[in-house]
Design a binder for this molecule. Structure first.
Ligand code: GTP
Ligand code: MG
Length: 226
C-alpha cells in the first residue's frame, strides 16, 4: 500500500474539486471524514466510482480486467459485441473493499438515447467519482457526461480504451510511430475535455486486454489513490 502522507499534497492539487464535492450537504460524506481520509489514509470512507460512457467502449471489460477476471469467468461483468450492460451493477475493488465500481449501461442506445433519460435511469448523480470511457472517437455523449459530472461538482478520469486496436491498425502505416500516435490520441482527448479536467494526467490510454502496456497500471494506481 502506498504512503498516504507522501501523496496528500500532490493529490489535493490534482483533484481540486474533491473538497467541494465531499462538502455538499446532499451527500453522505462530511469534510471531516474527507480530510481524515486524505491526511491519514483512513479506510472509513467508501468511494463509489460510476463507470460511464458510450455503449461498447469497454466499461465492463475494464471492471473484469481490474478484478483479474476473464470476460467469461463466473461473476464477471457481462461483455459483448452488442449492447451488454442493462442495469447498474456494483463490483468491489479487488484490493480495497472501500472502493467499488458501479458498471453502468452505455449511453447513446435506444434504451438510453439522451442524457436526461440516462441520468434518471442510472441515477448518474449518485456516485462519488467517475470514470468516463471513450473509444474510437470522442462523441457528443462523452462531452455531455463530462459537463454533467463537472456541473455536480465532482471529478472524473477520462479513459480511452482499445489502444491495442489503434496500435494494430496504425502500425500498418509505413510512417508509424507509437509515441506519436499516443501523443496524438491524448492531445485529441485533452482538447475535448480540457474545460472539465484539471490536468492531462487525468486522461488514461489503455487496453483492457493488454494490461502491461500503456496507462493501465497508472489508472489502477490513480483509482487506489482516490
Ligand atoms: N480490442 C479491445 N477490445 C475491447 C477492449 N475493451 C473492450 N473491448 C471489446 O469491446 C466490446 C464491448 O465491451 P464491453 O466491455 O461490453 O463494453 P461496455 O462499455 O461495457 O458496453 P455496454 O455495456 O453495452 O455499455 C467487447 O467486444 C469487448 O471485447 C479493449 O481494451 N481492446
Ligand atoms: Mg457493459
Amino acid at each position: 500500500m502506498r504512503n498516504p502522507t507522501a501523496k496528500t499534497t500532490v493529490r489535493s492539487e490534482e483533484y481540486p474539486h474533491d473538497r467541494k464535492a465531499y462538502n455538499r450537504e446532499s451527500y453522505d460524506y462530511d469534510i471531516g471524514k474527507f480530510l481524515k481520509k486524505k491526511l491519514g489514509g483512513s479506510k472509513e470512507v467508501k468511494i463509489r466510482f460510476g463507470i460511464t460512457g458510450d455503449s461498447g467502449t469497454g466499461k465492463s471489460a475494464f471492471i473484469n480486467a481490474m478484478r483479474g477476471l476473464n470476460d467469461d469467468d463466473d461473476g464477471a461483468a457481462k461483455v459483448d459485441v452488442i449492447e451488454a450492460t442493462t442495469n447498474p451493477t456494483e463490483y468491489k475493488h479487488p484490493d480495497n473493499p472501500m472502493i467499488t465500481f458501479v458498471d453502468l449501461p452505455g449511453i447513446g442506445t435506444p434504451n438510453y438515447p439522451d442524457l436526461p433519460t440516462y441520468c434518471r435511469k442510472v441515477s448518474l448523480e449518485n456516485y462519488d467519482r467517475y470514470l468516463i470511457f471513450t473509444s474510437l472517437r470522442f462523441t457528443k455523449y462523452d462531452l455531455e457526461l463530462a459537463k454533467k459530472v463537472k456541473s455536480i461538482g465532482k471529478s472524473f478520469f477520462l479513459v480511452r480504451t482499445k489502444i491495442d486496436d489503434a496500435y494494430r491498425a496504425e502500425s500498418r502505416k509505413r510512417t508509424f510511430n507509437e509515441k506519436e500516435m499516443l501523443e496524438k490520441i491524448k492531445r485529441y482527448c485533452f482538447e475535448n475535455v480540457k474545460d472539465f479536467i484539471s490536468s492531462e494526467k487525468d486522461i488514461f490510454l489503455i487496453s483492457n486486454y493488454d494490461k502491461e502496456r500503456w496507462d493501465f497500471f497508472r489508472l489502477v494506481e490513480a483509482i487506489g489513490d482516490a
